[in-house]
Design a protein around this ligand. Structure first.
Ligand code: NAP
Length: 266
């Protein structure tokens, strides 16, 4: 715990998919600033409760955990209601949970399409719909959608992912203009490659198809499109989200902010 004034003391943040990768790192960054947290991911209940207890003890915050499956709207509604009741509010909503599947559009399995649209896009509609009235009452709120560089540009074999991420960029803009007079900002962060478990399968696919070792495959995957020849650290996304929660960022809304090592500058 830091010794000085913590910038999010007393606030409540909800981060979907905060048991891994970007979500977990963002939870740590917010917790360091005293933010009480509604943690969420598909962990078994006992492991999730233990993660929440560890956060509470380490950062001196209040926590709540849910393993609601985001493919089911009624589970989302239940977990949002329970989390808000347990911690008293939702001031910061970070729609982060996401999955990936790569295949050509002709071969794309319907089940994967439906899951990606449900988890990467529709779940944000459901969480936003429940969080906005709570934030509007306080006339303060921060909604941050973790989109992707694939919300701005396309890559082959990512039909569902690109459709969902472009969709979340559109959703971000609409909610931003609807909520602008209520003290709520709504933005999307669009990362390039970030070092998390989500991309392992893609690295393995490059390694297998080109006969490369894991590290060379990883390097080739990153540098194929991203000028910065390294993956981002998940914590860098968390620090960016923290900035968007600050008073200095109150004029930033409806923006889709690339954090992509120059990918979309080309
Ligand atoms: P990750 O490490 O795989 O984490 C994904 C999180 O989503 C996990 O907490 C996972 O829970 C949760 N989740 C997955 N399916 C779920 C479901 N049906 N219901 C509830 N929760 C579910 O991935 P990440 O890389 O941190 O990705 C986070 C976000 O960043 C995603 O939206 C992704 O598209 C975006 N992003 C990632 C990159 C990158 O290069 N990694 C780049 C741009 C954007 P469990 O782990 O408990 O199963």
């Amino acid at each position: 715990m830091s010794g000085g004034q913590r910038s999010l003391e007393g606030k409540v943040g909800l981060i979907t998919g905060s048991t891994s990768g970007i979500g977990l790192a963002t939870a740590q960054v917010l917790a360091e600033q005293g933010c009480n947290l509604i943690l969420h991911g598909l962990l078994p209940e006992d492991e999730g409760q233990s993660l929440a207890a560890d956060f509470a003890a380490q950062y001196g915050i209040r926590t709540f955990f849910s393993n609601a499956d985001l493919r089911q709207p009624e589970s989302i509604h239940r977990f949002m209601a329970q989390g808000t009741e347990a911690l008293g509010s939702i001031d910061i909503l970070i729609n982060n949970a996401g999955i990936q599947h790569t295949d050509s559009v002709a071969d794309f399995p319907l089940e994967k399409w439906n899951d990606i649209i449900a988890i990467n896009l529709s779940s944000a509609f459901h969480t936003i719909q429940q969080a906005v009235p709570v934030m509007a009452q306080k006339r303060w709120g921060r909604i941050i959608n973790i989109a992707s560089v694939h919300g701005l540009v396309a890559s082959v074999n990512k039909a569902a992912y690109c459709a969902a991420k472009h969709g979340i960029v559109g959703l971000t803009k609409v909610v931003a203009i609807e909520c602008a007079e209520q003290g709520i900002t709504v933005n999307a962060i669009c990362p390039g490659w970030v070092d998390t478990p989500l991309i392992n399968k893609q690295i393995e696919a490059v390694a297998n198809s080109k006969g490369l070792d894991y590290h060379e495959a990883r390097y080739q995957l990153v540098t194929a499109k991203q000028p910065l020849p390294e993956m981002l650290d998940p914590r860098q996304i968390g620090e960016f989200a923290l900035f968007l929660c600050s008073d200095a960022a109150r004029g930033i809304t409806g923006a889709s902010l690339a954090m992509d090592g120059g990918w979309t500058a080309q």
